[in-house]
Design a protein around this ligand. Structure first.
Ligand SMILES: C[S@@+](CC[C@H](N)C(=O)[O-])C[C@H]1O[C@@H](n2cnc3c(N)ncnc32)[C@H](O)[C@@H]1O
Length: 287
């Protein structure tokens, strides 16, 4: 079974962003769930013989689909991501283990994990473009607020809003005792008044919409209108440069989605920067 999985894993690794050993483990697990394949493997003389069977082709298709869907999740291993948040929740703010717990949460969320290699470069380019904002709203924040620098330059308020309860649980645990950070579970479809009712100022200096707009355009296009009315003087929109699951350059596609949105909603693009995994457009809303 392992050599059969090893063979398919070679294919998977060429197409998807996954290491060979992890791919083999996942294929073995998936194959193991097909009783028909397990029986066929036991009866066969060689890997090549099994590969000619219909039952193998079906099991291979299922395994590839499962890997693809696994890679497309923001939090790759739901249980280990939740465990990491549990640990952060349980630790006192003063604990020596807090930094490691924060790192574990951040490493378990794909969007922030992708940035970890060049986090300083990302933030230094970001602040070059946004200056010294006092109030920021991070729309669809994920767990980025856990690594967001608030001291230099000093940020007065960071509103961290997301529809994902786990993200907000993580930010809330991180922000205990820090009055600058305001985590709120909120969905774009609730619209801005619901957030103003929770205390978001009528207008903020900067809104961050990082790796969010292309997701919303695909999954809930009706909510794009809400993003178009983001109550901020400056908005930073970003998209990914490489696909979450497939080994594929998606910068042109993502930039296309962002620029079409800016044009349709009257934003003026005033800046652009990129890191290895992300392309960011800085824009001023109409008026
Ligand atoms: C790709 S992640 C990016 C996370 C974070 N902005 C970052 O760059 O690290 C997309 C985030 O958008 C959030 N999101 C998606 N649809 C949303 C919606 N309708 N309202 C609020 N948040 C949403 C998801 O829960 C997820 O945390």
């Amino acid at each position: 079974m392992r050599s059969l999985a090893d063979d398919l894993a070679g294919d998977v690794v060429r197409r998807y962003r996954i290491e060979h050993d992890q791919a083999v483990d996942m294929v073995v697990e998936s194959f193991g769930r097909s009783r028909a394949l397990v029986t066929a493997v036991a009866a066969a003389d060689s890997v090549e013989q099994v590969k000619r069977l219909r039952v193998y082709r079906d099991a291979a298709t299922t395994a590839k689909k499962e890997i693809y869907h696994h890679l497309r999740r923001y939090r790759p291993a739901e249980s280990s991501a939740s465990d990491a948040v549990d640990r952060l929740v349980a630790l006192p703010v003063s604990s020596d283990e807090r930094a490691a717990a924060v790192r574990a949460v951040v490493a378990n969320h794909v969007s922030t994990a992708e940035r970890l290699g060049e986090l300083d470069g990302f933030f230094s380019q970001l602040f070059d473009h946004i200056g010294r904002p006092d109030t920021i709203v991070d729309v669809g924040c994920g767990v980025l607020p856990l690594v967001f620098p608030l001291d230099d330059p000093p940020v007065g308020q960071l509103w961290a809003v997301d529809t994902d309860p786990e993200a907000i649980r993580a930010v809330s645990a991180y922000a205990r005792g820090d009055e600058r950070v305001h985590p709120v579970r909120w969905d774009l479809t609730e619209d801005w008044p619901a957030l103003h009712a929770r205390g978001l100022p009528n207008r903020v200096d900067v809104a961050l919409v990082l790796k969010v707009l292309p997701v919303v355009a695909r999954r809930a296009p009706q909510a794009l209108d809400v993003l178009a009315r983001t109550p901020a003087d400056l908005v930073v929109f970003s998209g990914s440069r490489t696909a979450m699951a497939k080994r594929q350059d998606i910068e042109r596609r993502e930039t296309g989605v962002l620029r079409r949105f800016l044009a349709e909603h009257g934003f003026t693009e005033v800046g652009e920067f990129r890191t290895a995994d992300e392309v960011c457009l800085v824009a001023r809303p109409v008026g």
